[in-house]
Design a protein around this ligand. Structure first.
Ligand code: GLP
Length: 246
């Protein structure tokens, strides 16, 4: 894995936004995989700024979000769809018909997962998958466990994951849906290029285990070790438990 360290999250976000703008110039019809969470917020705002300065054109790009809560409609204030509208979609010129987010309000969630997989394949697969990481090592909503699912699927969220998403639901973990839909490990690992971003001390332990530990379903992000084109973009705090960061 290529590891790049940054002084702080602002510098990291600026560098990655420039990288994405260059990728858009090289391949205007690029297919992007997108994460939610606090970590990418600054990146999305930087992309909005680059777009405002005519340095990032999303008009032919396609996006697929990693995951969504189950049992709430897309327009729910806590949905990842709403999060993405606020932080990215409303700030850049993506064509609405090329924005893809799993529908957490779908009447048939299993059918929705199959539809999503087919849509990713129909778009030619994901060129650049951006990822965050949960403190327990999850990517998307692929939680640690005895086994991991390959394709887009329905998941039960861990209590810790519901707590860390509580801010979207008025700060109340009990209001966070118990289930979600998520791209699977194979969906993610089929992306041609993967960039995982992590900032802050709370991510240091899982980053250390992900890079230097064994590949295990107990640390879903460790599977990125088998991918040939993965870059980790970290601030110094998140790299604190890596041999390279010390
Ligand atoms: C959520 C998302 C993940 C994300 C993680 C980390 O659980 N489903 O895709 O990577 O949060 O979030 P944060 O960036 O807020 O630490």
């Amino acid at each position: 894995m290529k590891i790049t360290l940054f002084r702080d999250e602002r510098v990291l976000a600026k560098a990655l936004a420039k990288d994405i703008a260059a990728a858009l110039r090289e391949k205007p019809d690029i297919v992007l995989g997108l994460p939610t969470g606090r970590t990418p917020v600054r990146l999305y705002h930087e992309l909005g700024t680059l777009h405002a300065h005519h340095e990032a054109d999303f008009s032919r790009a396609t996006t697929f979000n990693l995951d969504e809560f189950l049992g709430i409609p897309p327009e729910h204030p806590g949905s990842y769809r709403t999060f993405m509208e606020r932080h990215l979609f409303s700030r850049v010129n993506l064509a609405p018909e090329r924005i893809n987010v799993l529908n957490g309000g779908a009447a048939n969630p299993d059918e929705e997962c199959r539809r999503y997989e087919a849509a990713i394949e129909g778009a030619g697969g994901i060129d650049l998958q951006l990822l965050g990481i949960g403190t327990n090592g999850h990517i998307g909503f692929n939680e640690p466990g005895r086994e991991l699912a390959a394709r887009t699927h329905r998941v039960t969220l861990r209590a810790s994951t519901r707590r860390s998403n509580a801010a979207l639901f008025g700060g109340d973990p009990a209001s966070v849906p118990r289930e979600a839909l998520s791209m699977g490990m194979s969906t993610i690992l089929h992306a041609r290029r993967i960039v995982l971003i992590a900032t802050g001390k709370s991510k240091a332990r899982c980053i250390g285990r992900m890079v230097e530990g064994p590949i295990t379903t107990r640390m879903p992000a460790s599977f990125l070790q088998v991918h040939a084109n993965v870059e980790l973009m970290l601030d110094d705090a998140a790299a604190g438990e890596l041999a390279v960061g010390s």
